[in-house]
Design a protein around this ligand. Structure first.
Ligand code: PEP
Length: 253
């Protein structure tokens, strides 16, 4: 039985007071414990503030990215150990904006995945195809390649302490959403691929959908058997919308 997880990716948004207000509003409305796990991913500089506000609550804290290296001469980077020290339990890895805007390759993504796990963080590995890749019929091949990069660098056992997020690039921040059937097809293929290596790990693997999930479309996406929650961008910046998605996820528990 997989407990649904809803994670809010705040990206490069907010300010110190605005983000404190946002997390307080989320805390005021989280669904009953056990029905849905709720997580927020603030910008690095607000992690300590937000961690303090989350203390003693059920809401979990994740970073949006992590360095591939544990320490050293890597100006501007933040290591997994530092994030864990601040109270993060998870970190996004390979978000499409990191891949497309910052040139992160499959190899870099795999390195970050391993670095996160070595420091005790749970990676949320983002995979997904661009519009042209979907139109060329390459969706599954792309997702397979992105997943294989991590599996080849570690092993299927690494997925026992990881989360996967399927985020079609064409649906992120665009208002376009994969239909429940399109998303389910990819989620199910991801689970089958993992099951071919280890059925139990596949059965327990949480696979999130991300891409313009909103209160109006969350319930039908979350009702699909292999969609175990959401990675939410835009809608996570409005507490009411984010909480409505959490409530929809809690309804599927
Ligand atoms: C995201 O940033 O991961 C995302 C899914 O964004 P949005 O919900 O805005 O499409």
């Amino acid at each position: 039985m997989r407990t649904p997880l809803v994670a809010g990716n705040w990206k490069l948004n907010g300010s110190r007071p605005a983000n404190a207000q946002l997390v307080d509003a989320v805390l005021a409305g989280v669904p009953a414990a056990g029905k849905c796990r709720v997580m927020v991913c603030p910008p690095y500089v607000y992690l300590a503030d937000i961690a303090q506000r989350l203390q003693g609550t059920s809401v979990e804290l994740a970073a949006q990215d992590v360095a591939e290296q544990p320490d050293g001469a890597f100006t501007g980077e933040v290591s997994a150990a530092m994030l864990a020290e601040l109270g993060c339990t998870h970190t996004l890895i390979g978000h499409s904006e990191r891949r497309t805007l910052f040139g992160e390759t499959d190899n870099v993504t795999a390195g970050k995945f391993i670095a996160a796990q070595e420091a005790g963080l749970i990676p949320i590995l983002c995979v997904g195809e661009t519009l042209s890749e979907r139109e060329a019929g390459q969706t599954q091949a792309v997702v397979d390649r992105q997943l294989a990069a991590v599996l080849d660098a570690s092993s299927v056992h690494a997925l026992a302490t990881a989360v996967v997020a399927y985020e079609p690039v064409w649906a992120i921040g665009t208002g376009l959403t994969a239909t429940p059937e399109q998303a389910q097809a990819v989620h199910s293929a991801i689970r089958s691929r993992v099951a071919a290596a280890d059925a139990k790990i596949a059965e327990n693997l949480i696979i999130l959908y991300g891409g313009s999930m909103k209160p109006g479309n969350a319930a039908e996406l979350l009702a699909m058997p292999d969609i175990d929650g959401g990675l939410i961008g835009g809608a996570s910046l409005v507490a009411e919308d984010f909480l409505a998605i959490c409530a929809a996820a809690a309804g599927t528990a």
